[in-house]
Design a protein around this ligand. Sequence first.
Ligand code: SF4
Length: 299
Amino acid sequence: SVIGNDHPSPCYNALKMSLEILLARSAGFCFGVKKAIEKAETLDGEVPIFGYLIHTPQEVERLRAKGKRNVHELSDVGSGRVVVTAHGLDIHKLDSLKDGQREVIDTTCPLVTRIYREGWKMQDKGARVVIIGDPDHVEVKGIASRMKDPIIVYHEEDLERVPTDRPIGIICQSTLLMEKWKKFTDLLTSRCRVIDAVDTICKPTKDRQSAAEELAQSVDVMLVVGGYNSSNTSKLREVCARYLGEARTHHIERPEEIVPDWFSDDMRVGVTAGASTPDYVIQAVIERVRALDPVSVVE
Ligand code: SF4
């Protein structure tokens, strides 16, 4: 039975459960986001960040307190320095930032610039580039803006828009779900002239997805920690829900969102986190669950 169910407003500290907490073997900050934050932090004074460097609200607030606030319009950038985020920027916006004689501190991850290069190589071979990814995401906009007449596909019905009579090359967003890459490339290969397909999901994303998948199969409930608008955190939630269902997969941004009713005695609790979730947030989540009287934490 779920402890706390009999108590409409359960007192957090009054609950005593034996819980085992397991942290996914790969979770939290990737090297790309870590490097970008370190770079931004070393800049003295007020320097705007164009878009979101990361999606975890606590980290956004921490950087803002250090004078690194997020701006979303060119007109809000001012005339000094500006940081471009780890997932890159639309080339036209980047050019406008540079045209304004600003100093652009570009923290685009090398695993994102690799995607640009793969796309250009396909174009050199005469292929039209198909990008699998979220058309509203800054990274996908950045990739698309560097290609000649690219096609962005995100939903299965989008595949209908891909021409079948001319060569195409396929690349994808660095944080795409691995299953989606396979499914979409299989479908495209079966009906189009695919001359090249390069899986450009980055290794940290793959590691986090595989680790979450593995852990979700051996626990009773999963906590997925990260910003609600973080692309790779949502993918981790999707991976875990595949095994545990939506009811036992909880995507949270902050430890305070943990609800004691999610747990019952002798449960195994899995914890994973997106690539833009700092360690201190993951640890705070673990501590919050530990307060329910866990047996141990397995790293
Ligand atoms: Fe780079 Fe991958 Fe991290 Fe994005 S998720 S910043 S592509 S390492």
